[in-house]
Write a protein that binds this ligand. Sequence first.
Ligand code: 5RP
Length: 227
Amino acid sequence: MNKKKIAGEKAAEYIKDGMIVGLGTGSTAKYLVARVGELVRSGLKIKAVATSKATEEQARELGIPLLDVNDVEYIDIAIDGVDEIDGEFNATKGGGGALFREKIVASLAKEVIWIMDDSKLVDRIGAFPLPVEILPYGYKVTLRRLNDLGLNPVLRMKGDEVYVTDNGNYIADLNLTKPADVIDIKNKLDNTVGVLETGQFLKMCDRIVVGTDDGAVVYEAANGAGK
Ligand code: 5RP
């Protein structure tokens, strides 16, 4: 049983005619996008904003109408994967390197859904290295600063080359000492020059859709809109 597929396809049920849809990035989001492609072929009328070049390419191949994020005032629903998430819906994202666009899209959305297999549910986030997008200019200075803050940054590589995001930036993956205090880390990162965006998505969703051995399970955010 493919739990990521179960979650992605279940989440597609929340998409209705006329919506502007934020399409996430990653292996779980791929199933969502594939399902949206099928629905569009069957007559669903939506427009989508992609959170990465990879998702944009997949959506284009499937004939999903795309909008530039600059041309939308809001997004009706954004659906995306996570790397880990706790019981309060604090999530870590960016394992796939698309965190900056993912956060812009989620911040524009009236409704946010995170999709995942059940391995992503944790008591406390922090075990998955926290991705942080940093400016290439002075990146060694930024890495040194993050290191001095005790955040143990590792510059993300792709083979022998530095990994470059869709935005032309670098990623530092922070190996946090556990237990991670998310607010303390947020404050430190907010005040670090050179850090452009972080993979901390704290209480930023309305519901999560989890693929399990028994099918899809939906959990609503405690206070309705999670944002
Ligand atoms: C990409 C992301 C992904 O949503 C996250 O890494 C989860 O990926 P996957 O569904 O492949 O496990 O944040 O930047």
